[in-house]
Ligand binder design. Sequence first.
Ligand code: FAD
Length: 315
Amino acid sequence: MALLRQPLLLLARSQQVKNLVSTLPVSAGIVRGYVPGEGTEDAVRAAGELAADGLTATLDFLGEDTSDRAQADATVAAYVDVLAALSAKGLASGTEVSLKLSAIGQFLPVDVAPEGGHRVALENARTICRAARNAGTTVTLDMEDYTTTDSTLAILRELRKDFPETGAVLQSYLHRTEDDCRELAYEGSRVRLCKGAYAQPESVAYQDAADVDRSYVRCLKVLMEGQGYPMVATHDPRLVEIATSLAGRAARPQGSYEFQMLYGVRPDEQRRLAANGERVRVYVPYGQEWYGYLMRRLAERPQNLAFFARSLVSK
Ligand code: FAD
């Protein structure tokens, strides 16, 4: 099954396969398992349902790698809209948003953005951070493939000057991440640690799952012993257990860190942790651009491929 991971991650970037698969309705079983719907109202409904179960959420308006300025602007508008809706429903204190900088212009070509994509993404991210603050909540910057890490961390540093509550994401599969954790483990710094979801070359990333896990533990130790707020994003039962014991060893009370899992993945475990007093946040992706997200989830769990194939045949 591990052999299927790289090809599936490459397919995540294939326009032809995307065109075929994107004809699936969001209601198709395999998509609906991971994405509650396409609209603001679907995301807010999911956040409300999670809140009723004692869970918090982070909403992600799906989209990435845009080379179209109008699309980047539409993504900013979607975030502003969902933040206002969360505030109106009284859900903003337990629900934040996650943001991919490549969806708001980070890599716009120069003919579209003469000032440079980096600057466009920074200004767009500022607009979303301001809307989040007005709503009473926060933004976390998702981390994408390794070619974006430096630019994303540079934008994070800029944003944190005005919005120190902005969260970062670090990926344990990258060789550099233990150092990045040390740099970001300061007071007030919210850091989500995940394994990493993209196909990365061995010059920059561990290829073996056991090495990625060992790196995760080293990074987690740095974050738990540091002064920041660790956000432990994994479904891996061993890592969840290790996180709990590292928090204990660092004398961290529950609530001084949190667990994070994806919508639809191990929902019983999400509720079990919350019932044990842990803070648990569920990452809720919504919108029409679910293709790349779905392919990354299939790469993590190729057992779901048969289910996926049936959805395509019966559509
Ligand atoms: P794995 O080794 O993949 O899985 C461990 C166990 O979890 C499996 O044995 C299985 O029991 C269960 N499981 C895992 N995946 C599934 C599934 N799809 N369906 C059912 N069961 C499953 N990656 C990034 O690169 N950038 C980000 O910004 C980012 N943000 C994330 C935010 C959150 C809240 C989470 C939870 C993940 C995020 N990821 C991100 C993805 C992450 O990098 C991993 O690719 C993903 O979480 C799978 O790794 P894992 O730690 O769950 O371990």
